[in-house]
Design a protein around this ligand. Structure first.
Ligand SMILES: Cc1cc2nc3c(=O)[nH]c(=O)nc-3n(C[C@H](O)[C@H](O)[C@H](O)COP(=O)(O)OP(=O)(O)OC[C@H]3O[C@@H](n4cnc5c(N)ncnc54)[C@H](O)[C@@H]3O)c2cc1C
Length: 382
């Protein structure tokens, strides 16, 4: 059941954003994890499992505000939400009850899928399934207690495992994480060799992780966080220009106008993304083929737009604040590093083509390309 009409958690996230922003410079260090920030999120009920039952507009709004406060916190929080969504879609009843209770008790979740040549393999043994290999970019490693780790199952598919870390053997290499930005996301390399899991820890069946439109459509979540980061740069640029007495200048006004237009465009993308996600109904697993393809193509469009918006906003901000504003006593240097790093997500080159393919295959006129039809909705609910 959806929690429509329940208290507005997005308003709590909006209130929290300035606190996250104030503390962001303190936690911007290699190896640091934003412990205090996650205590605040928990106090506000933002880590509870109920968040994933909220309407998409509310979830995206929360992600946007957390990103507005601190992008590293936003990345970690997005992983938590992603994991809870995967459990809600693919977990069985018992797993949902157990793991949602864990979330409500304050366990932090994540999704660790990215790997290099030494990736994770699951092999059956007398003691259960033995894990071997490592994941790169494990955001929150050492602090996340319920990561969903993906691995190759008998070399025949890609299996999600929700790993109870207190029972696992993790070798965390924090020295691997020496990034340009997003330092406080603690995205370390982690080796799982020697850990055993049971099939009760398997979430869904082999290759469910890549089910569409859940997999690619889920990009709207990180777009929301990134757009929040761009909005923070916009707000800080206005604050800076006022403080240094440079607000009343036609060039600055023009740049701020260009930024405002892009931030509002980002807000429109969020609104449309929420509508598109809501059109999938109760679960993204029960939609027809055209609806799934439309969601995937839409999320791809939103990724392109988000990247353009964020890059333009960063460039206008840099020009507006100049060298004086790019000193580390101001937040711009960190914010730009964080957003630049976070924008680097997989398959950026491919996604315009995905949008093109969907629109070329569709006979619909441009005005109705992104709307679901009644026939599709009827077919999907049959
Ligand atoms: C802050 C942060 C936190 C993250 N946290 C997590 C996490 O918690 N869990 C997780 O699973 N992942 C995480 N990731 C990883 C993320 O999801 C992406 O996998 C990662 O950012 C990929 O970025 P990349 O630019 O290195 O991609 P790449 O795929 O390496 O792309 C870089 C460039 O190489 C090109 N390229 C790709 N493949 C080839 C090829 N075979 N030949 C030639 N060119 C190629 C691409 O087109 C692109 O131009 C995180 C990333 C960041 C930045």
């Amino acid at each position: 059941m959806r929690m429509r009409g329940a208290m507005k958690l997005s308003a709590r996230a909006a209130d929290l954003a300035p606190r996250l922003l104030d503390n962001a410079a303190q936690v911007d260090c290699d190896g640091r994890f934003p412990t205090q920030e996650f205590a605040w999120l928990q106090q506000q009920g933002l880590l509870n499992s109920g968040v994933v039952q909220l309407p998409a507009a509310e979830i995206l709004e929360i992600l946007w505000h957390v990103g507005r406060g601190n992008l590293a916190v936003g990345r970690l929080y997005e992983g938590h939400i992603n994991a809870l969504q995967l459990i809600s879609w693919f977990g069985d009843q018992k797993q949902r009850e157990r793991l949602f209770a864990d979330a409500d008790d304050g366990n932090l979740f994540a999704v660790w899928n990215t790997q290099a040549g030494d990736g994770v393999v699951l092999n059956q043994s007398e003691n259960g399934w033995q894990m071997s290999g490592a994941k790169t970019f494990c955001s929150g490693a050492g602090h996340v207690t319920r990561p969903i780790v993906t691995g190759s199952l008998n070399s025949s598919g890609w299996q999600m495992v929700c790993l109870p870390v207190e029972e696992a053997v993790l070798e965390i290499d924090s020295s691997w994480w020496q990034p340009m930005g997003m330092r406080a996301s603690a995205s370390f390399k982690t080796n799982f060799s020697g850990s055993f899991v049971s099939s009760n820890d398997f979430i869904g069946k082999s290759d469910d992780y890549y089910s569409q439109p859940a997999f690619s459509g889920g990009a709207i979540r990180f777009c929301a966080v990134q757009l929040g980061g761009a909005a923070a740069i916009f707000d800080e640029t206005r604050r800076f220009l006022r403080e240094v007495g440079r607000a009343e200048d036609p060039f600055q006004e023009s740049r701020i106008g260009q930024m405002a237009m892009r931030i509002q465009s980002g807000r429109q993308w969020l609104k449309n993304a929420a509508e598109m996600w809501e059109s999938l109904g109760e679960s993204p697993l029960k939609v027809g083929d055209t609806t799934a393809k439309r969601m995937v193509a839409f999320a791809a469009m939103m990724r392109i737009a988000t990247e353009e918006i964020c890059e333009a906003v960063m460039q206008f901000a840099e020009r507006s604040v100049g060298a004086r504003g790019l000193m580390r006593t101001e937040p711009f240097e960190r914010m730009i590093r964080d957003l630049t790093m976070y924008l680097k997500q997989p398959h950026l080159d491919e996604i315009p083509g995905r949008v093109g393919k969907f629109t070329l295959e569709s006979e619909l006129e441009s005005y109705s390309l992104w709307q679901s039809t009644e026939t599709e909705i009827l077919n999907a609910t049959e």
